[in-house]
Ligand binder design. Sequence first.
Ligand code: GLN
Length: 278
Amino acid sequence: MALQNGSAYLGQSGADTPYLDACLLLSETLGIEKEQLFARLSDPLAANSHDQYQALLTQRAAGVPVSYLRKRKEFYGLEFYVDQRVLVPRPDTELIVEAVLELTDKLPHFERVHDCCTGSGCIALTLAKLHPGIEVSASDISEQALEVFELNSVRLLSRRPRTYVSDLLEKVPGTYHIIVSNPPYLQSSEVDAMQAAGWPEPRLALDGGDDGLDLVRRLAAQSKSRLHQRGYLMLEVADPQMEATMAILDACGYGDIEVRHDLAGRRRVCIGRNGVRS
Ligand code: GLN
């Protein structure tokens, strides 16, 4: 009953996946996995659980993502701690992890990888966990985001990647074989509208300026001198920004420009290579 009621309530509030959300929040309340929920559905809810579940449903109905309410999100099979200090990792971003692992498989000497605008650390820490041979570092302009990164680093790894508080690569030393980023790439006007509607993710992680590509432009230019010859830059953007992103990489002198698609078939990641054009 609690599940049906919760799901109906979230449905009315306009959530996209009300049943799944109610399952996740009810299992969170009971301290069990979602898969164990169905064996418990006929159990009555204790009064304190009922109150806790209602409180979570109310927050979800007000637009707080389930991941913030559960304080965790799965990414590439690993569990990341998340809260309002960071963007919730999206499955689309797993494309970058895949692309880096493919490259480092082919080019095992490509061992220095930097993740710029790392947030929760989903890209950097997944790479460090899955590929102990590569030397991963990460940066973010937000000290608060790096606090979350540290929590995840301690949870997931025994060896901790180096981190820098930095506006893009400004305070990041050294040169790299691969620089990756899921920078803020939404248009400021979109973020204005989202925030007016109560969107809880940090503006710093979303707002990419008028056309969303301010940070892409700056990072593409900065990375040119920070990548080894034949090193790669990999950027996540939104599908409608892909032509412009390819043009930015081309204008900066990157070659072998390649686009990867996400599971929905949208163009999502743009890759360029340094030092392959005459
Ligand atoms: N993919 C995110 C969204 O559309 C945006 C993330 C970003 O700006 N890097 O909500």
